[in-house]
Design a protein around this ligand. Sequence first.
Ligand SMILES: [Zn+2]
Length: 101
Amino acid sequence: MVSKPSEKEEEHFARLEFERKKKLEEERHKNLAEEEKKRLKELHYIKCPKCGMELIEIDYKGVKVDKCSECEGVWLDAGELEAISKFEKTSLDKLFSVFKK
Ligand SMILES: [Zn+2]
């Protein structure tokens, strides 16, 4: 059985159509991932990773320390633990005293 040229053409166009739509869909997924990232950031930004409540940010000697208003967890950004580890003992005591009730 030999298929007619027109059928082959239809198959060709169907495949092109499929590939075009697939590309569009892949592009949409990429955008979706970006949007999801943005949405998650907005949702979690300056929120406690443990309990989800607001963090209170304190700037001490150039280090931003975030303390949870609910569970009292203390969170640091990248590199800040290293920065704090270089503090003098007296500076550390002062930092801790900021959070004392
Ligand atoms: Zn918390």
